[in-house]
Design a protein around this ligand. Structure first.
Ligand SMILES: [Zn+2]
Length: 638
């Protein structure tokens, strides 16, 4: 196959920090892009952030920041996360990018000129949380179904997009293209929405109520935001209307969304495209939710560990594998640490890891780590079914990957892994090794097993790119991403005989579920530094930093992590600090430390803590900041 493949994630709304749901959607996009690369296509992955609207203004206010500074900060968190998850995106779009704003203006003008946008007074029930009007029918017991708050009656003049005009056309399109929206349950859901008359879409807000949006090109008193802003990112990021990327990739566009934004992507967006004279996307791929089972998750400082942190504990590839294997794309799935450990132990350590170590150990033991040649005299007898099975596996896998059935594709790969394990049992290489007369047979068996592993390394590449490359290297292959392309994978007998194999490694160590804890964190890449917004020297001077000498420290009963510390600050004070896992109480006496002296006192475990010591924490280990030289207690630092 050749051609292009364009995949998008939704642009993530910056009113909250990235979480498991964002990570899952974006990993799916990366897996799909890597798979399409394997089919020989040129791929482009788009992600980014959605930065306009009331909720952003409110979130910024809550942190005492301007919307601009706030969106820069949260957008940077998203941007920094993706490389940590080994996601390779082609572009990261922000709806505050000037180039995006130009495209929004251009398309609004076009649709307005064509008569599909009109001005009208509207009175309706508005949910501030959702930033949208609700019809009575959509409310649950008179309340917003998402926020469970009563919407307010708002009357105002606004611009509306005539969606109703395109309703029949859309029904027809979805009916004729059964996989336009997939999996099927979501297609059916959209078709059932469309059985009711479609209401026109309010696309503006008066500037008196919201300024943080894109000014309408035909009315400076209004802004647009949400759909006419956000959805258009999918074309603006490619350089619509005449960019090379737009021409190359838009015809092959596919979107990935979670089911909460099915309606805008399955209804508003195709109608907007139609009205703007832009060809429709090819597929909308819709996934379900992760339900995090908090009772089966580790705790750190008393809080349930964020699912995303588990990538640092168990390794990124295992984390990606779990997400892709555990969830049937389209349905909801449960996320918890126990299932993650079970998957790692059974699928990764046992099935894949053992096969890999077993085969390489035999290659080292019987052939000194040199790839044996396969003699044509025994080739047919020892290979035929395996080669066919591999071809069948690749074909089934490709079909499932193509249609976003990742869990099925992986199940197919694991059948092949089991097939190879059985091949070892049936051919019993240890028996063949006993007699000189069966050397050729032994050579054929080991060679075929190495080939089988080569194919597996390729098939897991989209999901576990690092593991794929490690396996590949240990099969004596040169690093070459093209080696994972399906055309090359399919060719049996690709590994060159005579090739020296490096010493084997353990791909996935087994995890003892009893000992799971975050202290066992691996040396993953350090998180990128996101510096907080600038402050003035006056702001800094508000913090009263003082030198203090520790007089005495003791543990607090029933609080594993806390120490109660008496300090001399020119006056005597008590503070509570969460450093008991890194310091014994007696270590601290006499130390000169730095205290935030004017922090509002707080009661912690029944004790009033009056001030806070300065310390740095990394992966559960804490180091208290101390002074380099004796200074009188109470001396200010700034
Ligand atoms: Zn709401």
């Amino acid at each position: 196959m050749s051609g292009t493949f364009y995949i998008t994630t939704p642009i993530y709304y910056v009113n909250a920090r990235p979480h498991l749901g964002h990570a899952y959607t974006t990993i799916v996009a990366d897996v799909a892009a890597r798979f399409h690369f394997m089919t020989g296509q040129e791929t482009f992955l788009l992600t980014g952030t959605d930065e306009h609207g009331d909720k952003v203004v409110r979130a910024a206010k809550a942190e005492n920041l301007s919307p601009r500074v706030y969106v820069d900060k949260i957008s940077a968190l998203f941007k920094a996360l993706w490389p940590q998850l080994n996601i390779r995106y082609g572009a990261f779009i922000r709806t505050t990018d000037p180039a995006h704003i130009l495209v929004v203006e251009q398309i609004l003008k076009k649709i307005h000129a064509a008569g599909d946008i009109y001005f009208s007074e509207y009175e309706g029930l508005y949910c501030f949380g959702c930033e949208r009007f609700y019809t009575e029918r959509e409310l649950v017991n008179g309340r917003c179904p998402d926020h469970e708050t009563e919407p307010e009656v708002i009357r105002e003049s606004n611009y509306f997009f005539k969606m109703s005009r395109y309703q029949d056309w859309l029904i027809d399109h979805i009916t004729r293209n059964p996989d336009f929206i997939r999996p099927e349950r979501y297609r059916n859901e959209v078709l059932s929405f469309l059985k009711e008359p479609l209401e026109d879409l309010c696309i503006s807000r008066p500037k008196t109520r919201l300024e943080w949006g894109i000014t309408l090109p035909f009315d400076p008193n209004y802004v647009t935001y949400v759909w006419f802003d956000a959805l258009l990112n999918y074309v603006s990021a490619l350089g619509y209307p005449d960019g090379d990327r737009y021409r190359k990739f838009w015809p092959k566009a596919q979107h990935i969304v979670a089911k909460d934004i099915l309606k805008p992507h399955g209804i508003y967006w195709p109608i907007m495209l139609k009205a703007a004279g832009i060809p429709l996307y090819q597929h909308l791929n819709v996934h379900g939710y992760w339900n995090v089972d908090q009772s089966k998750m580790s705790k750190s400082l008393g809080n349930v560990v964020e699912p995303l942190e588990l990538k640092n504990v168990y390794g990124l590839d295992a984390f990606r594998f779990f997400l892709m294997r555990e969830m049937a794309f389209g349905l909801d799935a449960g996320f918890n640490e126990v299932s993650l450990i079970n998957r790692i132990n059974s699928d990764l350590a046992n099935d894949l890891g053992n096969l890999f170590s077993r085969v390489l150990a035999m290659a080292h033991k019987y052939f000194d780590g040199v790839v044996p040649a396969m003699d044509p005299a025994v080739e047919k007898e020892f290979t035929l079914e395996l080669e066919q099975d591999a071809a069948g596996t690749i074909a089934a896998y490709a079909g499932d990957m193509e249609s976003f059935a990742f869990h099925k594709a992986l199940a197919t790969v694991w059948e092949f892994i089991n097939r190879l394990n059985k091949y070892i049992d049936v051919t019993a290489p240890w028996e063949l090794a006993k007699k000189k007369s069966s050397l050729k047979q032994l050579e054929a068996v080991i060679y075929n097993l190495l080939e089988g592993l080569r194919i597996i390394s390729g098939l897991i590449y989209p999901i576990m790119p690092d593991t794929a490359e490690t396996m590949h290297r240990h099969l004596g292959m040169e690093p070459d991403p093209d080696a994972f392309k399906l055309e090359r994978l399919k060719k049996w007998k690709t590994i060159a005989a005579g090739q020296k194999l490096p010493k084997s490694v353990t791909l996935f160590p087994r995890i003892d579920p009893e000992k799971r804890q975050l202290a066992a964190q691996t040396d993953s890449d350090p998180a990128p530094i996101v510096v907080k917004p600038e402050i003035s020297i006056e702001d800094f001077r508000k913090v009263d930093l003082r030198v203090a000498t520790v007089i005495h420290a003791e543990r607090l009963p029933r609080a594993r992590k806390l120490l109660k510390i008496e300090i001399d600050l020119g006056e005597k004070r008590t503070i509570i600090a969460g450093i008991a896992e890194s310091y014994a109480p007696e270590e601290l006496a006499g130390k000169q430390i730095i205290i935030v002296a004017n922090l509002k006192p707080a009661k912690i475990m029944g004790v009033l803590s009056n001030g806070m010591l300065i310390a740095a924490s990394e992966k559960g280990k804490t180091a208290v900041a101390t002074l380099d030289g004796k200074i009188a207690p109470g001396t200010p630092l700034n």
